[in-house]
Design a binder for this molecule. Structure first.
Ligand code: CO8
Length: 260
């Protein structure tokens, strides 16, 4: 996979580190970056060798938002199309088969905060700053932020972030539940890799089915959600990895999962 704005680093155990790299605009998302991200996730989620993706940004920023230079002259229909490209791309992350960990190393503003919100797990460096500055630009969050932020931190804090457009630091993001953990800047990637290793050591189909049950179940009523869980639970008894995991436990051995 060769990209202009994405660096793809394949580590051991099916862990892939994806770095958004457009440093001269603090990794802002223009149409080209969004199309590359869309292509990357289309491919990576279908790759049986991949277990976990870590998403981070090059330099001092995670992603400083959508590209304001590109957005400045958009018409209403072009704005709609640009928003749709961003939304569709982020939806791929949310609905994808593999877990994605956002390792937020710096500014996560506007579309940058929104891309982090579409990831399954967020961890941050002490240098990270989060914000939804859109109302200061005369727009609103347009890559799903009005919806994912309320689900992540509740309507009170979400409205405070969106209405005031104020940035919050990593510690406050942790207090509000926007990120799971905060680390020293030079530890962030190692901590993300540590978490990814742990996830990659488990049964891949079980991880995939838990992600889809959590994602689909959280958008529906409790009865339907329970049925989604039951179906996923039942289906896993048709996998080799269920036999492997339970036999390994009963024989006091380490399970060797094959993802089938
Ligand atoms: N878009 C384009 N260029 C940017 C962006 C951006 N989002 N962010 C930074 N840059 C550029 C700057 O213009 C500057 O370029 P140059 O060197 O040519 O002047 C370069 O990156 C470095 O930035 P600064 O000099 O400003 O760096 P500072 O360290 O002084 O400040 C900040 C860093 C605080 C991050 C500051 O750059 C900033 O406020 N950036 C804008 C952040 C922002 O408002 N983001 C939200 C954008 S809106 C959005 O994301 C909407 C998503 C949904 C879209 C839906 C479409 C319909």
């Amino acid at each position: 996979m060769d990209y202009k704005y994405l660096k793809v680093d394949c580590k051991d155990n099916g862990i892939v580190v994806l770095t958004i790299s457009r440093e001269k605009t603090l990794n802002s998302l223009n149409t080209e970056v969004l199309k590359e991200l869309s292509d990357f996730f289309d491919n990576i989620f279908e790759d049986d060798e991949v277990n976990v993706v870590i998403l981070t940004g090059a330099g001092k920023s995670f992603v400083a938002g959508a590209d304001i230079g590109e957005m400045a002259t958009l018409s209403a229909t072009e704005g709609y199309d640009f928003g749709k490209l961003g939304m569709d791309t982020l939806m791929k992350i949310e609905k994808g088969k593999k877990p994605v960990i956002a390792a937020v190393n710096g500014y996560a503003l506007g579309g940058g905060c929104e891309i982090a919100l579409a990831c399954d797990i967020r961890i941050a460096s002490k240098r990270a700053k989060f914000g939804q500055p859109e109302v200061g630009l005369g727009i609103i969050p347009g890559f799903g932020g009005t919806q994912r932020l309320i689900r992540a931190i509740g309507p009170g804090y979400a409205k405070e972030m969106i209405f005031t457009a104020k940035m919050i630091d990593a510690e406050q993001a942790e207090r509000w539940g926007l990120v799971n953990h905060v680390y020293e800047a030079d530890e962030l990637l190692d901590k993300a890799l540590e978490m990814a290793e742990l996830i990659a050591s488990k049964a891949p189909k079980a991880i995939q089915y838990s992600k889809s049950a959590i994602e689909s179940g959280s958008q529906t009523d409790i009865e339907t959600a329970m049925e989604i869980e039951r179906t996923s639970f039942g289906l896993l008894f048709s996998t080799d990895d269920q036999r492997e995991g339970m036999n390994a436990f009963l024989n006091k051995k380490k399970a060797n999962f094959i993802g089938k």
